[in-house]
Design a protein around this ligand. Structure first.
Ligand SMILES: Cc1cc2nc3c(=O)[nH]c(=O)nc-3n(C[C@H](O)[C@H](O)[C@H](O)COP(=O)(O)O)c2cc1C
Length: 395
């Protein structure tokens, strides 16, 4: 799972199961999440902060009144930053504090300030777990929307056998991921996405290309996968990092290659998003040898394949989303493109505007469909990706 861009706050409290949290932290970090560990003072008796610092590649906070603190009000900053907060292990003591609004150390204060989902992974002796006090605290917390990673049964560290073992790190991680990506409306769907620019050779060393970075296509691929889709990514020349193994990736060079890849695979897709910038022209002839640079050069170009139009003609019930980089008459040109390409959605952007178009992390788009034009404010490409995926399934 690609957790890049997500921040997980891992709270560790004073139980023997704290050693298992090392595996959780390490795994979340390996998947790209930013992991911020905060520990109670008692937790540091079980595992050293240095261990979590090394595994998370991040500072570990224990003290509220740390003279070396990085931010002015650190517990609030961390609470605001976290996308999910998980307490593993969660002691009976810590559950009691949360249930009663006691904020007397860094971790309890931070968790109280969290507005993100909170997941507790309790671990304790069976009699503590069954005690009226713990049961009452757990039920108060559940009523408030706090989630629980259920304890398991077995031999406990204290020598007793029974319920109270902390859930396994992979189960806790699964719940963390579910909380990070609650929207699964693309489960069972396949999305074919084209990304990046194509390049057309002039001679063995020179080519014509464009400035497409592949960022919009990569954001769409990530968003669709996060929502449960299988993604076929037809990838031209990209400068953005594409995580390995997450998508069925088909690398292409020229517009003809991209056309072939799309036409060979579109039938498997429910939604086709053409976020690539294929070259519209290619040299009529490619020189066999490197063209000498001693004379001026003139190259004759011909039109390349129109991939969107070709898909539009055969797509059937599949949804087709195309992009339109415009410099004038945005809405009119987009509406014309919608009709000409038999597309369902045109995402038009005025590439002359600051914060829109190639290479940027943001976009300013107008979504044009049969139901009209929707002008969106400047937003990140990942936010725009989610809106495009919403509209493609009628949301
Ligand atoms: C060896 C040892 C293991 C412990 N394991 C647990 C445990 O699994 N669950 C629990 O609720 N308390 C456990 N405790 C008791 C807690 O450490 C104690 O209640 C402490 O005050 C919790 O502090 P904290 O909630 O601030 O981390 C254990 C204590 C010791 C000495």
């Amino acid at each position: 799972m690609d957790l890049t861009g997500k921040c997980v706050l891992v709270g560790v409290t004073g139980g023997i199961a704290a050693y298992k949290t090392c595996t959780l932290v390490s795994s979340l970090r390996k998947q790209g999440a930013e992991v911020c560990v905060a520990m109670t003072k008692n937790a540091t008796e079980f595992v050293s902060p240095l261990t979590f610092e090394t595994l998370s590649a991040n500072k570990v906070t224990v003290e509220t009144f740390d003279p070396k603190r990085e931010w002015e009000v650190e517990h609030i900053a961390l609470a605001k930053k976290a996308d999910v907060c998980v307490i593993a292990p969660c002691t009976a003591d810590f559950a009691a504090k949360l249930a009663n609004g006691i904020a007397d150390d860094f971790l309890s204060t931070t968790v109280m300030a969290c507005t993100c989902p909170v997941l507790l992974a309790p671990a304790m002796n069976t009699n503590m777990l069954n005690s009226a006090a713990y049961r009452a605290n757990e039920s108060v917390l559940r009523e408030r929307g706090v989630r629980f990673a259920e304890t398991g049964s077995g031999r406990l560290a204290c020598g007793d056998t029974g319920n109270g073992r902390m859930a396994e790190p992979e189960d806790i991680e699964g719940q963390v991921i579910d909380l990070l990506f609650p929207n699964k409306d693309y489960v069972g769907k396949t999305v074919l996405i084209t990304a990046g620019g194509t390049i057309e050779p002039i001679d063995p060393v020179r080519f014509i290309g464009n400035r497409s970075s592949g960022k919009m296509g990569a954001a769409l691929a990530k968003a669709a996968t996060d929502r449960g889709a299988k993604v076929i990514l037809v990838c031209g020349n990209v400068t953005v990092n594409i995580p390995e193994g997450r998508y069925e990736r088909i690398d292409v060079t020229t517009t003809r290659d991209m056309y072939d890849a799309v036409m060979a695979n579109y039938e498997r897709a429910d939604v086709i998003v053409k976020a690539a910038a294929p070259c519209d022209f290619r040299p009529v002839a490619v020189a066999e040898n490197k063209i000498k640079s001693d004379k001026p050069l003139s190259v004759k170009f011909e039109k390349t394949e129109d991939i969107a139009e070709a898909v539009g003609l055969v797509k059937g019930d599949r949804k087709l989303v195309v992009f339109a980089a415009e410099t004038t008459n945005l809405e009119r040109n987009a509406a014309e493109k919608l009709a000409k390409k038999h597309a369902d959605i045109v995402v038009a952007n005025d590439v002359t505007q600051e914060g829109a178009g190639f290479g940027t992390d943001t976009n300013i788009a107008t979504i044009v469909s049969e139901s009209g034009a929707e002008s969106l404010p400047k937003m990140s490409k990942s936010q725009l990706a989610d809106i495009i995926l919403d509209r493609a399934i009628g949301k």
